[in-house]
Design a protein around this ligand. Structure first.
Ligand code: SAM
Ligand code: SF4
Length: 417
Protein backbone atom coordinates (compact mmCIF):
# COMPACT_ATOMS: atom_id res chain seq x y z
CA UNK A 1 0.00 0.00 0.00
CA UNK A 2 1.36 3.45 -0.85
CA UNK A 3 2.44 5.57 2.15
CA UNK A 4 -0.21 8.28 1.62
CA UNK A 5 -3.13 5.81 1.70
CA UNK A 6 -1.65 4.16 4.78
CA UNK A 7 -1.14 7.49 6.57
CA UNK A 8 -4.70 8.59 5.72
CA UNK A 9 -6.03 5.37 7.21
CA UNK A 10 -3.90 5.79 10.38
CA UNK A 11 -5.01 9.41 10.76
CA UNK A 12 -8.74 8.80 10.24
CA UNK A 13 -8.97 5.59 12.29
CA UNK A 14 -6.59 7.02 14.95
CA UNK A 15 -4.79 3.70 14.99
CA UNK A 16 -2.02 1.81 13.21
CA UNK A 17 -4.28 -1.26 13.06
CA UNK A 18 -4.95 -2.14 9.42
CA UNK A 19 -8.27 -3.41 8.08
CA UNK A 20 -8.03 -7.14 8.86
CA UNK A 21 -10.37 -9.48 6.98
CA UNK A 22 -10.41 -13.04 8.33
CA UNK A 23 -11.76 -16.31 7.05
CA UNK A 24 -14.49 -16.61 9.71
CA UNK A 25 -18.12 -15.59 10.20
CA UNK A 26 -21.14 -15.60 12.53
CA UNK A 27 -23.63 -18.28 11.51
CA UNK A 28 -26.34 -16.10 13.11
CA UNK A 29 -25.88 -12.64 11.67
CA UNK A 30 -26.60 -9.88 14.22
CA UNK A 31 -28.88 -7.72 12.05
CA UNK A 32 -32.07 -7.78 14.09
CA UNK A 33 -31.34 -4.51 15.93
CA UNK A 34 -29.96 -2.71 12.87
CA UNK A 35 -32.13 0.13 11.57
CA UNK A 36 -32.13 1.50 8.03
CA UNK A 37 -31.28 -1.96 6.72
CA UNK A 38 -30.99 -2.52 2.95
CA UNK A 39 -31.07 -5.87 1.15
CA UNK A 40 -28.89 -6.78 -1.83
CA UNK A 41 -28.96 -9.87 -4.04
CA UNK A 42 -26.15 -10.65 -6.52
CA UNK A 43 -26.84 -12.57 -9.72
CA UNK A 44 -23.41 -13.20 -11.32
CA UNK A 45 -24.38 -14.13 -14.90
CA UNK A 46 -23.87 -12.28 -18.17
CA UNK A 47 -24.46 -13.31 -21.79
CA UNK A 48 -21.19 -11.61 -22.82
CA UNK A 49 -18.36 -10.53 -20.57
CA UNK A 50 -17.11 -6.92 -20.92
CA UNK A 51 -13.34 -6.41 -20.70
CA UNK A 52 -13.60 -3.31 -18.51
CA UNK A 53 -15.89 -4.83 -15.86
CA UNK A 54 -14.51 -5.73 -12.42
CA UNK A 55 -17.63 -7.34 -10.97
CA UNK A 56 -18.06 -10.97 -9.96
CA UNK A 57 -19.68 -12.64 -12.97
CA UNK A 58 -19.48 -15.72 -15.20
CA UNK A 59 -20.95 -16.55 -18.58
CA UNK A 60 -24.66 -17.38 -18.40
CA UNK A 61 -25.89 -20.94 -18.67
CA UNK A 62 -29.45 -21.83 -17.70
CA UNK A 63 -28.32 -24.92 -15.80
CA UNK A 64 -25.72 -23.07 -13.72
CA UNK A 65 -28.06 -20.14 -13.12
CA UNK A 66 -30.85 -22.45 -11.89
CA UNK A 67 -28.47 -24.30 -9.56
CA UNK A 68 -27.23 -20.95 -8.23
CA UNK A 69 -30.72 -19.63 -7.57
CA UNK A 70 -31.68 -22.81 -5.70
CA UNK A 71 -28.68 -22.10 -3.42
CA UNK A 72 -29.52 -18.40 -3.19
CA UNK A 73 -33.03 -19.13 -1.91
CA UNK A 74 -31.47 -21.48 0.64
CA UNK A 75 -28.99 -18.79 1.77
CA UNK A 76 -31.88 -16.36 2.30
CA UNK A 77 -33.64 -18.88 4.57
CA UNK A 78 -30.37 -19.76 6.35
CA UNK A 79 -29.94 -16.09 7.31
CA UNK A 80 -33.61 -15.26 7.84
CA UNK A 81 -34.81 -18.22 9.89
CA UNK A 82 -32.33 -17.55 12.71
CA UNK A 83 -34.53 -14.68 13.85
CA UNK A 84 -38.19 -15.28 14.60
CA UNK A 85 -39.48 -11.75 14.01
CA UNK A 86 -39.82 -10.25 10.52
CA UNK A 87 -37.34 -7.43 10.07
CA UNK A 88 -38.11 -4.17 8.24
CA UNK A 89 -35.79 -3.51 5.31
CA UNK A 90 -35.87 -0.19 3.48
CA UNK A 91 -35.10 -1.57 0.04
CA UNK A 92 -34.11 -4.55 -2.05
CA UNK A 93 -31.69 -4.28 -4.96
CA UNK A 94 -30.69 -6.98 -7.44
CA UNK A 95 -27.27 -6.38 -8.98
CA UNK A 96 -24.80 -8.34 -11.03
CA UNK A 97 -23.86 -9.49 -13.49
CA UNK A 98 -27.18 -9.21 -15.22
CA UNK A 99 -30.04 -10.11 -12.85
CA UNK A 100 -32.66 -9.71 -15.57
CA UNK A 101 -31.30 -12.97 -17.07
CA UNK A 102 -33.00 -14.66 -14.11
CA UNK A 103 -36.19 -12.60 -14.49
CA UNK A 104 -38.37 -15.72 -14.41
CA UNK A 105 -37.14 -16.60 -10.92
CA UNK A 106 -37.11 -13.18 -9.25
CA UNK A 107 -40.63 -13.70 -7.91
CA UNK A 108 -39.40 -16.80 -6.05
CA UNK A 109 -36.36 -14.96 -4.61
CA UNK A 110 -38.50 -11.98 -3.57
CA UNK A 111 -41.01 -14.40 -2.01
CA UNK A 112 -38.23 -16.05 0.03
CA UNK A 113 -37.03 -12.64 1.26
CA UNK A 114 -40.58 -11.57 2.14
CA UNK A 115 -40.86 -14.56 4.50
CA UNK A 116 -38.26 -12.82 6.70
CA UNK A 117 -38.32 -9.13 5.78
CA UNK A 118 -40.85 -6.34 5.22
CA UNK A 119 -39.60 -4.28 2.28
CA UNK A 120 -40.82 -0.69 2.58
CA UNK A 121 -39.27 1.31 -0.26
CA UNK A 122 -39.45 -0.78 -3.39
CA UNK A 123 -37.41 -3.27 -5.34
CA UNK A 124 -34.71 -2.42 -7.92
CA UNK A 125 -33.12 -4.53 -10.67
CA UNK A 126 -30.10 -3.94 -12.95
CA UNK A 127 -30.60 -4.64 -16.64
CA UNK A 128 -28.39 -4.95 -19.68
CA UNK A 129 -29.87 -2.90 -22.57
CA UNK A 130 -30.68 -6.21 -24.34
CA UNK A 131 -33.12 -7.01 -21.48
CA UNK A 132 -35.03 -3.74 -21.75
CA UNK A 133 -37.76 -5.30 -23.89
CA UNK A 134 -41.48 -5.40 -23.05
CA UNK A 135 -41.80 -9.11 -22.23
CA UNK A 136 -38.85 -9.06 -19.75
CA UNK A 137 -39.98 -5.76 -18.23
CA UNK A 138 -43.46 -7.21 -17.76
CA UNK A 139 -42.10 -10.27 -15.90
CA UNK A 140 -40.09 -7.96 -13.62
CA UNK A 141 -43.05 -5.70 -12.94
CA UNK A 142 -45.34 -8.66 -12.20
CA UNK A 143 -42.75 -9.95 -9.70
CA UNK A 144 -43.01 -6.65 -7.76
CA UNK A 145 -40.06 -4.71 -9.18
CA UNK A 146 -40.56 -0.93 -8.92
CA UNK A 147 -37.19 0.42 -10.14
CA UNK A 148 -34.91 -0.57 -12.99
CA UNK A 149 -31.41 0.52 -13.89
CA UNK A 150 -30.18 -0.04 -17.46
CA UNK A 151 -26.44 -0.26 -18.19
CA UNK A 152 -26.36 1.97 -21.28
CA UNK A 153 -22.69 3.07 -20.80
CA UNK A 154 -22.94 5.37 -23.84
CA UNK A 155 -25.36 6.07 -26.68
CA UNK A 156 -22.43 7.17 -28.87
CA UNK A 157 -21.16 4.61 -31.40
CA UNK A 158 -17.53 5.70 -30.81
CA UNK A 159 -17.64 4.79 -27.10
CA UNK A 160 -19.82 1.73 -27.61
CA UNK A 161 -17.06 0.28 -29.77
CA UNK A 162 -14.35 1.31 -27.24
CA UNK A 163 -16.35 -0.54 -24.56
CA UNK A 164 -17.17 -3.50 -26.80
CA UNK A 165 -20.90 -2.77 -26.60
CA UNK A 166 -23.53 -3.07 -29.31
CA UNK A 167 -25.41 -0.11 -30.75
CA UNK A 168 -28.64 0.72 -28.89
CA UNK A 169 -31.83 1.41 -30.82
CA UNK A 170 -33.18 4.39 -28.88
CA UNK A 171 -36.68 4.30 -30.38
CA UNK A 172 -37.11 0.61 -29.45
CA UNK A 173 -35.88 1.34 -25.92
CA UNK A 174 -38.23 4.30 -25.51
CA UNK A 175 -41.16 2.22 -26.76
CA UNK A 176 -40.42 -0.65 -24.31
CA UNK A 177 -40.19 1.78 -21.37
CA UNK A 178 -43.47 3.44 -22.28
CA UNK A 179 -45.21 0.03 -22.62
CA UNK A 180 -44.13 -1.07 -19.12
CA UNK A 181 -43.58 1.94 -16.83
CA UNK A 182 -41.63 1.83 -13.55
CA UNK A 183 -41.43 4.33 -10.68
CA UNK A 184 -37.68 4.77 -11.30
CA UNK A 185 -35.99 4.21 -14.65
CA UNK A 186 -32.30 4.83 -14.23
CA UNK A 187 -29.65 4.67 -16.96
CA UNK A 188 -25.93 4.07 -16.25
CA UNK A 189 -23.20 5.88 -18.18
CA UNK A 190 -19.44 5.71 -17.93
CA UNK A 191 -17.55 8.97 -18.09
CA UNK A 192 -13.88 9.96 -18.32
CA UNK A 193 -13.29 7.60 -21.24
CA UNK A 194 -10.37 8.54 -23.53
CA UNK A 195 -11.18 11.64 -25.64
CA UNK A 196 -14.71 11.93 -24.23
CA UNK A 197 -15.91 15.53 -24.37
CA UNK A 198 -18.54 17.31 -22.30
CA UNK A 199 -20.64 17.48 -25.49
CA UNK A 200 -20.61 13.65 -25.72
CA UNK A 201 -21.80 13.32 -22.14
CA UNK A 202 -24.41 16.06 -22.28
CA UNK A 203 -25.89 14.30 -25.29
CA UNK A 204 -25.95 10.96 -23.43
CA UNK A 205 -27.68 12.50 -20.41
CA UNK A 206 -30.23 14.49 -22.40
CA UNK A 207 -30.98 11.48 -24.63
CA UNK A 208 -31.59 9.39 -21.51
CA UNK A 209 -34.04 11.90 -20.00
CA UNK A 210 -35.83 12.33 -23.36
CA UNK A 211 -36.29 8.59 -23.85
CA UNK A 212 -37.76 7.19 -20.68
CA UNK A 213 -35.19 7.71 -17.90
CA UNK A 214 -36.06 9.81 -14.84
CA UNK A 215 -32.69 9.14 -13.21
CA UNK A 216 -29.13 8.84 -14.57
CA UNK A 217 -25.88 7.60 -13.04
CA UNK A 218 -22.55 8.75 -14.46
CA UNK A 219 -19.75 6.53 -13.19
CA UNK A 220 -16.17 7.64 -13.63
CA UNK A 221 -14.23 4.95 -15.50
CA UNK A 222 -11.97 2.98 -13.16
CA UNK A 223 -9.07 1.07 -14.66
CA UNK A 224 -9.00 -2.06 -12.47
CA UNK A 225 -5.63 -3.80 -12.54
CA UNK A 226 -7.05 -7.32 -12.97
CA UNK A 227 -9.35 -6.68 -15.95
CA UNK A 228 -8.11 -7.27 -19.53
CA UNK A 229 -9.28 -3.78 -20.53
CA UNK A 230 -6.81 -1.59 -22.44
CA UNK A 231 -8.76 1.64 -21.80
CA UNK A 232 -6.80 4.12 -19.70
CA UNK A 233 -8.26 6.45 -17.09
CA UNK A 234 -8.47 10.14 -17.99
CA UNK A 235 -5.93 12.50 -16.34
CA UNK A 236 -7.18 14.31 -13.20
CA UNK A 237 -7.34 17.84 -14.65
CA UNK A 238 -9.35 16.80 -17.70
CA UNK A 239 -11.67 14.73 -15.54
CA UNK A 240 -12.34 17.66 -13.23
CA UNK A 241 -13.22 19.97 -16.14
CA UNK A 242 -15.55 17.29 -17.52
CA UNK A 243 -17.28 16.70 -14.19
CA UNK A 244 -17.71 20.45 -13.56
CA UNK A 245 -19.15 20.95 -17.03
CA UNK A 246 -21.71 18.13 -16.81
CA UNK A 247 -22.72 19.17 -13.30
CA UNK A 248 -23.35 22.73 -14.52
CA UNK A 249 -25.30 21.36 -17.50
CA UNK A 250 -27.51 19.16 -15.28
CA UNK A 251 -28.22 22.02 -12.88
CA UNK A 252 -29.04 24.38 -15.78
CA UNK A 253 -31.47 21.79 -17.17
CA UNK A 254 -33.18 21.54 -13.76
CA UNK A 255 -32.00 18.00 -12.93
CA UNK A 256 -31.40 17.41 -9.21
CA UNK A 257 -28.19 15.82 -7.94
CA UNK A 258 -29.38 12.83 -5.87
CA UNK A 259 -25.95 11.47 -5.01
CA UNK A 260 -22.31 11.90 -5.88
CA UNK A 261 -22.85 10.56 -9.41
CA UNK A 262 -26.61 10.53 -9.97
CA UNK A 263 -29.09 13.10 -11.25
CA UNK A 264 -32.85 12.91 -11.59
CA UNK A 265 -35.66 14.93 -13.15
CA UNK A 266 -38.30 13.56 -10.79
CA UNK A 267 -38.30 14.01 -7.01
CA UNK A 268 -39.50 10.43 -6.43
CA UNK A 269 -36.86 8.75 -8.59
CA UNK A 270 -34.15 7.06 -6.51
CA UNK A 271 -31.76 4.26 -7.31
CA UNK A 272 -29.09 3.61 -4.71
CA UNK A 273 -28.17 0.45 -2.88
CA UNK A 274 -25.21 2.07 -1.15
CA UNK A 275 -26.49 4.78 1.13
CA UNK A 276 -27.81 2.51 3.87
CA UNK A 277 -26.52 2.42 7.46
CA UNK A 278 -26.59 -1.38 7.34
CA UNK A 279 -27.16 -3.91 4.59
CA UNK A 280 -27.46 -7.66 4.12
CA UNK A 281 -26.06 -9.16 0.93
CA UNK A 282 -26.99 -12.52 -0.59
CA UNK A 283 -25.23 -14.40 -3.38
CA UNK A 284 -21.67 -14.58 -4.67
CA UNK A 285 -19.46 -11.58 -3.78
CA UNK A 286 -22.34 -9.87 -1.94
CA UNK A 287 -21.29 -7.81 1.08
CA UNK A 288 -23.02 -7.33 4.41
CA UNK A 289 -22.49 -4.27 6.61
CA UNK A 290 -23.74 -4.38 10.20
CA UNK A 291 -23.08 -2.40 13.39
CA UNK A 292 -19.74 -4.01 14.17
CA UNK A 293 -18.78 -6.03 11.11
CA UNK A 294 -18.50 -6.19 7.33
CA UNK A 295 -18.44 -9.50 5.49
CA UNK A 296 -18.00 -10.69 1.91
CA UNK A 297 -19.32 -13.85 0.30
CA UNK A 298 -17.12 -16.05 -1.84
CA UNK A 299 -16.69 -15.07 -5.50
CA UNK A 300 -16.80 -18.70 -6.70
CA UNK A 301 -20.23 -19.89 -7.93
CA UNK A 302 -19.21 -23.54 -7.41
CA UNK A 303 -17.90 -23.02 -3.85
CA UNK A 304 -20.91 -20.86 -3.05
CA UNK A 305 -23.32 -23.68 -3.96
CA UNK A 306 -21.18 -26.23 -2.13
CA UNK A 307 -21.13 -24.23 1.13
CA UNK A 308 -24.89 -23.75 1.02
CA UNK A 309 -25.47 -27.45 0.36
CA UNK A 310 -23.77 -28.08 3.73
CA UNK A 311 -26.10 -25.53 5.42
CA UNK A 312 -23.19 -23.14 5.99
CA UNK A 313 -23.10 -19.46 5.08
CA UNK A 314 -20.96 -18.73 1.98
CA UNK A 315 -18.99 -15.99 3.78
CA UNK A 316 -15.41 -15.77 2.64
CA UNK A 317 -14.07 -12.97 4.85
CA UNK A 318 -15.23 -10.90 7.83
CA UNK A 319 -13.78 -7.74 9.34
CA UNK A 320 -14.67 -6.94 12.98
CA UNK A 321 -14.56 -3.17 13.20
CA UNK A 322 -12.93 -0.94 15.75
CA UNK A 323 -15.27 1.99 16.53
CA UNK A 324 -13.21 4.40 14.40
CA UNK A 325 -13.10 1.98 11.47
CA UNK A 326 -16.89 1.70 11.63
CA UNK A 327 -17.20 5.50 11.75
CA UNK A 328 -15.09 5.73 8.64
CA UNK A 329 -17.24 3.16 6.82
CA UNK A 330 -20.36 5.07 7.91
CA UNK A 331 -19.03 8.40 6.67
CA UNK A 332 -17.68 6.98 3.42
CA UNK A 333 -20.98 5.33 2.40
CA UNK A 334 -23.21 8.14 3.67
CA UNK A 335 -21.15 10.70 1.76
CA UNK A 336 -22.38 9.11 -1.52
CA UNK A 337 -25.57 11.02 -0.94
CA UNK A 338 -23.44 14.25 -0.83
CA UNK A 339 -24.90 14.99 2.62
CA UNK A 340 -24.06 13.92 6.16
CA UNK A 341 -26.51 14.75 8.93
CA UNK A 342 -24.73 15.12 12.27
CA UNK A 343 -27.91 14.01 14.09
CA UNK A 344 -27.98 10.67 12.23
CA UNK A 345 -24.31 10.09 13.01
CA UNK A 346 -24.89 10.78 16.71
CA UNK A 347 -27.95 8.52 16.76
CA UNK A 348 -25.90 5.69 15.25
CA UNK A 349 -22.74 6.03 17.38
CA UNK A 350 -23.92 7.91 20.49
CA UNK A 351 -21.08 10.39 19.92
CA UNK A 352 -21.43 13.87 18.36
CA UNK A 353 -19.92 14.05 14.85
CA UNK A 354 -18.04 17.23 15.82
CA UNK A 355 -16.44 15.43 18.75
CA UNK A 356 -15.36 12.51 16.56
CA UNK A 357 -14.20 14.41 13.46
CA UNK A 358 -14.41 18.14 14.34
CA UNK A 359 -10.89 18.93 13.10
CA UNK A 360 -11.41 17.16 9.76
CA UNK A 361 -14.79 18.87 9.22
CA UNK A 362 -13.26 22.27 10.05
CA UNK A 363 -10.47 21.64 7.56
CA UNK A 364 -12.91 20.49 4.86
CA UNK A 365 -14.94 23.69 5.38
CA UNK A 366 -11.82 25.83 5.19
CA UNK A 367 -10.78 24.15 1.94
CA UNK A 368 -14.24 24.79 0.45
CA UNK A 369 -15.11 21.07 0.21
CA UNK A 370 -18.25 21.23 2.39
CA UNK A 371 -20.74 23.75 3.76
CA UNK A 372 -22.71 23.34 6.98
CA UNK A 373 -26.29 24.32 7.65
CA UNK A 374 -28.01 23.34 10.91
CA UNK A 375 -25.85 20.23 11.42
CA UNK A 376 -26.14 19.07 7.82
CA UNK A 377 -22.85 18.95 5.94
CA UNK A 378 -23.26 19.23 2.16
CA UNK A 379 -20.46 18.76 -0.36
CA UNK A 380 -19.68 21.66 -2.67
CA UNK A 381 -18.91 20.92 -6.37
CA UNK A 382 -15.21 21.01 -5.40
CA UNK A 383 -15.97 18.53 -2.60
CA UNK A 384 -17.81 16.25 -5.03
CA UNK A 385 -14.81 16.25 -7.37
CA UNK A 386 -12.38 15.38 -4.57
CA UNK A 387 -14.72 12.69 -3.34
CA UNK A 388 -14.72 11.22 -6.87
CA UNK A 389 -10.94 11.47 -6.89
CA UNK A 390 -10.60 9.83 -3.49
CA UNK A 391 -13.13 7.15 -4.42
CA UNK A 392 -10.94 6.20 -7.40
CA UNK A 393 -7.93 6.10 -5.11
CA UNK A 394 -9.80 4.08 -2.46
CA UNK A 395 -11.14 1.65 -5.06
CA UNK A 396 -7.67 0.95 -6.41
CA UNK A 397 -6.02 0.79 -2.96
CA UNK A 398 -8.62 -1.44 -1.29
CA UNK A 399 -11.31 -2.92 -3.53
CA UNK A 400 -9.02 -3.70 -6.48
CA UNK A 401 -6.57 -5.53 -4.18
CA UNK A 402 -9.26 -7.46 -2.41
CA UNK A 403 -11.22 -8.50 -5.52
CA UNK A 404 -8.02 -9.51 -7.29
CA UNK A 405 -7.36 -12.07 -4.53
CA UNK A 406 -10.98 -13.15 -4.16
CA UNK A 407 -11.37 -13.87 -7.87
CA UNK A 408 -8.56 -16.43 -7.54
CA UNK A 409 -9.19 -17.87 -4.07
CA UNK A 410 -12.68 -18.80 -2.89
CA UNK A 411 -11.77 -18.59 0.81
CA UNK A 412 -8.49 -16.71 1.42
CA UNK A 413 -7.08 -17.15 4.94
CA UNK A 414 -6.69 -13.45 5.69
CA UNK A 415 -6.39 -10.12 3.88
CA UNK A 416 -4.81 -7.07 5.54
CA UNK A 417 -5.30 -3.67 3.93
C1 SAM B 1 -23.47 -4.66 -13.12
S1 SAM B 1 -23.33 -3.42 -14.29
C2 SAM B 1 -25.00 -3.04 -14.86
C3 SAM B 1 -25.93 -4.03 -15.53
C4 SAM B 1 -25.50 -4.79 -16.74
N1 SAM B 1 -24.65 -5.88 -16.36
C5 SAM B 1 -24.84 -3.96 -17.79
O1 SAM B 1 -23.61 -3.92 -17.82
O2 SAM B 1 -25.54 -3.37 -18.60
C6 SAM B 1 -23.11 -2.03 -13.25
C7 SAM B 1 -22.50 -0.76 -13.83
O3 SAM B 1 -21.17 -0.60 -13.41
C8 SAM B 1 -20.51 0.32 -14.27
N2 SAM B 1 -19.13 -0.13 -14.50
C9 SAM B 1 -18.72 -1.35 -14.88
N3 SAM B 1 -17.35 -1.39 -14.99
C10 SAM B 1 -16.90 -0.15 -14.67
C11 SAM B 1 -15.61 0.46 -14.59
N4 SAM B 1 -14.49 -0.22 -14.88
N5 SAM B 1 -15.54 1.75 -14.19
C12 SAM B 1 -16.65 2.44 -13.89
N6 SAM B 1 -17.90 1.93 -13.95
C13 SAM B 1 -18.03 0.65 -14.34
C14 SAM B 1 -21.31 0.33 -15.56
O4 SAM B 1 -21.86 1.61 -15.75
C15 SAM B 1 -22.40 -0.71 -15.32
O5 SAM B 1 -23.60 -0.31 -15.89
S1 SF4 C 1 -20.61 -4.57 -17.40
FE1 SF4 C 1 -22.51 -5.69 -17.02
S2 SF4 C 1 -22.75 -7.03 -18.84
FE2 SF4 C 1 -20.64 -6.35 -18.83
S3 SF4 C 1 -19.56 -8.00 -17.76
FE3 SF4 C 1 -20.05 -6.39 -16.23
S4 SF4 C 1 -21.91 -7.05 -15.32
FE4 SF4 C 1 -21.69 -8.20 -17.24
Amino acid sequence: MDPLTKLTRIWLTRSIRPFIFKNEFDQKLPYINCDNLGLYVHIPFCKDICDFCPYCKVRYSKKLCDMYIDSLVKEIHLVGKRHNAKKTATSLYFGGGTPALAAGRLREIIGALKEHFIITQGIGVELHPDDAVPHVLKILKDAGVTKISIGIQSFGRKFQSVLGRKHINIATLKHALSEVPFETVSMDFIFALPNQTDGDLKEDIDTAFQNGANHVAIYPFIDFTFTPSTIHAMPKKEKRALLDSITAHCIKKGYTRTSIWTFSNDANARYSSMTRDNFLGFGCSATTLLKDQFKINTFSVKEYCQRISGDKLPTSLTIRFSLRQRMLYYLFWTAYSTKIDARDFEKFFGIPLKKAYGVELGLAKLLGLIVEDDGIYTMTPKGVFYYHHYENFHTLAYIDKMWKIMRKEAFPKEIRL
